[in-house]
Write a protein that binds this ligand. Structure first.
Ligand code: S3P
Length: 439
């Protein structure tokens, strides 16, 4: 999963974001649609699929397991599934590139199949913690070998019998919750997961759409094994995590007025908007509707002055991927912003606390990283400068929108991974008014 085209962004300072746009499909929902379609019986017709490298890695994994898949083309993908029993042993290791969601969820899904699978990833994914999934899966009877540090590659031995467990998640993680629920599809009895705080619930919603209801009581969710999933239609909304760069950019750039169409508005994902609104942002959610079990809205965002806040810890899991963008907003707010309870940011595609603290400093803002968060001293804007994304797509796009409030250009190295979640970012952002060029 390399093939990264542009690896450097050059962003001239200033500008405003205007017009209307629809960012690509939701990454979390796209992965789940492909995975459930891949183990369901019958046809699954997906529209609005994110054609980013991470999701394409999931698609390739199912093709390697013999599942018939046509597309993707223009966001449409047709999966003709034959159920778990239709899966065949892959010819070799499955390369999941940069995609943590693919690796963790597939570890659960493939724990209960009849044959062995090996899940591998790129350098960044091979550094990320996997014991958080392999240990509870082992408690269900799975047999998975990891590297010495509990990292990829994962060697999953098939042909074992899984049984349900009642698991208390030590960290709020939708990936771990989902891995266990997906393993639970093949397990004897009930598999229950209790989360310390609500995390994204796309797996639960989509399992129900495929015919496997999930019981929820408070923070505890359960599935019962042995239900045959049935293929269905899935229409995927635009990704609020990709919209986040535009929400922040339009808020910061004077004269902005931008409409983001058809954005996923699942309450377990809206933390970024809640945090920006607490800081004073002007974001309206319009035309609320339901699309295949997921709420969707259009978001209108206009520029507004921001103030620093103490970010409520309860919002952290609901905005977990949007902190790089939120840090850019905080650096342009009046007063200090403090984030705590966010140690998970250190084990994302990069250590997003350390990397963003460096980026902010290079760009001329004051930030103090902490073990579980960061303190950012707001100011007028950025000086500009040259930074590295450290191979992290969200760091790259966050640094790009910072140029809307910079005095000089911002140059960002190592931007290839933007294609994992937001193919076409440069073109779409330029169309809206960001003075960005890929070099
Ligand atoms: C995801 C869950 C989150 C998030 C990731 C996608 C998912 O990870 O950061 O980008 O699709 O379930 P964690 O579950 O590790 O918090």
């Amino acid at each position: 999963m390399s093939g990264h085209g542009h690896s450097r962004f050059h962003v001239a300072p200033g500008g405003a974001l205007t017009g209307e746009l629809r960012v690509p499909g939701d990454k979390s929902i796209s992965h789940r649609a492909v995975m459930l379609g891949g183990v369901a019986e019958g046809d699954t017709r997906i529209t609005g699929l994110l054609e980013g490298e991470d999701v394409l890695a999931t698609v390739a994994a199912f093709r390697a397991l013999g599942v018939r898949i046509s597309g993707p083309e223009g966001g449409a993908l047709l999966i003709s599934g034959g159920g778990f029993d239709g899966l065949q042993p892959p010819p070799g290791p499955l390369d999941l590139g940069n995609s943590g969601t693919s690796m963790r969820l597939l570890a659960g899904l493939f724990s209960g199949v009849a044959f062995d699978t090996e899940l591998a990833g790129d350098a960044s994914l091979s550094r990320r913690p996997m014991r958080r999934v392999t240990e509870p899966l082992a408690a269900m009877g799975a047999s998975i070998e990891t590297g010495a540090e509990g990292t990829a590659p994962l060697r999953i031995h098939g042909g074992v019998r899984l049984h349900g467990i009642d698991y208390q998640l030590p960290v709020p993680s939708a990936q771990v919750k989902s891995a266990l629920l997906l393993a639970g599809l093949r397990a004897k009895g009930q598999t229950c997961v209790t989360e310390p705080a609500p995390t994204r619930d796309h797996t639960e919603r989509m399992l129900a759409a495929f015919g496997c209801p999930v019981e929820r009581r408070g923070n505890r969710v359960c599935v019962t094994g042995g239900v045959q999933l049935r293929g269905c239609g899935v229409d995927i909304p635009a990704d609020i995590s990709s919209a986040a760069f535009f929400l922040v950019g339009a808020t910061l750039a004077e004269g902005s007025d931008l409409l983001l169409r058809h954005v996923g508005w699942n309450p377990t994902r809206t933390g970024v908007v809640e945090i920006l609104r607490l800081m004073g942002a002007d974001i309206e959610a319009l035309n609320g509707r339901d699309v295949g079990g997921e709420p969707v809205v259009d978001l209108r965002v206009r520029s507004a002055p921001l103030r620093g806040i103490d970010i409520p810890e309860a919002l952290v899991p609901l905005a977990i991927d949007e902190f790089p963008a939120l840090f850019i907003a905080a650096a342009c707010a009046r007063g200090e912003t403090r984030l705590t309870g966010a140690a998970e940011l250190r084990v994302k595609e990069s250590d997003r606390i350390a990397v963003m603290a460096d980026v902010l400093e290079v760009l001329g803002a004051e930030a103090e990283p902490r073990a579980d968060g960061i303190r950012i001293v707001g100011g007028d804007g950025f000086v500009g400068g040259r930074v590295s994304s450290h191979g992290d797509h969200r760091v790259a796009m966050s640094a790009a929108v910072a140029a809307l409030r910079a005095r000089d250009a911002i140059v960002i190295d190592d931007c290839g991974p933007v294609a994992t979640s937001f193919p076409g970012f440069v073109e779409m952002a330029a169309e809206a008014g960001l003075r960005v060029k890929a070099q």
